[in-house]
Ligand binder design. Structure first.
Ligand SMILES: [Zn+2]
Length: 310
């Protein structure tokens, strides 16, 4: 009889522990449900999401900081994270070849479908050297501020669907973000209105949206993708251009080799500086918590200096 009582006692305790465990799991599930997860593939899109959601969503930046947006492939671990999110927003226009074979289990947005895309005008020979499939359109559309506004409006709507209780917050944050973008656009117009020079020289042709909107020209060492090998012919052409037009600075970006740009600068005796195409940011920039706005303003300062604007 005593043994039987002991068994009952153990059973009661066991049931109690089991229930506790179940309720703990429930609590976990609830916390997870409270904050939906959104994965975003470029820094510009991530910056929009961060500003609209203001900690009400779990945001996953698909690109690790410091990695070139063009050549990135997610690891299996990251793939699982992307698959587990409630919403995936990727840049599109050929920037992420991995999306074509990816099995999305959640809602997915190809942002390039909701923005205005540029078709490259000039058929640089470099385009033939890489097959990312984005030769047809220029994928760097986040450098067009109107496109950023369109992306903000779309994300606001999607975030409200994910978390309706935050509707007011998302409305007011996206309104603020759009105001910031409009003032950024006004600054670009103002500071690039009267310039003595017309052309900036960059390693990778990421800045056509800016040059198109604010009326200057781009000479690029390689095409729309930075990993294309620059040809000797193209290097000579740029050095000649630098000398002929008395260019003071040539630009490169942090994610790819700057060897070619440095040798052009050395050859032509001009300085080199970084322009940030904003598909991603460096680990250092991430540590400083720099925003799309911060980096766009730094770019503006450098471009207006290079173009000798008043
Ligand atoms: Zn690029």
């Amino acid at each position: 009889m005593k043994d039987f009582r002991n068994i009952i006692f153990v059973l009661i305790i066991a049931t109690f522990i089991l229930q506790m465990d179940v309720s703990k799991q429930d609590a976990k599930a609830e916390v997870k449900n409270e904050k939906p997860t959104v994965s975003l593939s470029t820094f510009a899109l991530y910056d929009i999401a961060k500003n609209i959601s203001q900690d009400t969503l779990n945001l996953v930046m698909i690109l690790p900081f410091g990695v070139d947006a063009h050549s990135f492939e997610p690891t299996p671990k990251l793939m699982a994270k992307i698959m587990g999110s409630d919403l995936v927003v990727y840049s599109g226009a050929g920037l992420e070849p991995w999306t074509s074979s990816f099995e999305f289990k959640s809602k997915v947005i190809d942002m390039s479908k909701s923005v205005h895309l540029l078709k490259p005008k000039d058929g640089h020979e470099e385009h033939a050297h890489h097959d990312h499939g984005h030769e047809a359109v220029d994928p760097h559309y986040w450098l067009d501020i109107q496109n950023m506004i369109s992306a903000t409006k779309l994300m606001r709507v999607e975030f409200i669907k994910l978390s309706p209780k935050n509707t007011d917050l998302y409305n007011s944050n996206s309104e603020k973000y759009i105001q910031m973008l409009k003032s950024l656009d006004a600054k670009y117009k103002k500071f690039l209105a009267n310039c003595k020079k017309k052309t900036i020289i960059v390693n990778h042709n990421a800045f056509s949206y800016l040059s198109n909107n604010y009326g200057f020209h781009i000479e690029a060492l390689s095409g729309l993708s930075p990993d294309a090998q620059p040809s000797a012919k193209n290097m000579v052409r740029l050095i000649e251009h630098v000398r002929e037009h008395d260019v003071k600075t040539v630009f490169f970006e942090s994610f790819v080799s700057n060897k070619a740009m440095k040798s052009i600068a050395h050859e032509a005796k001009v300085s080199v500086d970084v322009l940030q195409p904003l598909g991603n940011i460096t680990a250092n920039e991430a540590e400083k918590n720099l925003s799309y706005e911060d980096i766009m303003l730094t770019n503006l300062q450098k471009i207006s200096k290079a173009l000798v604007c008043e």
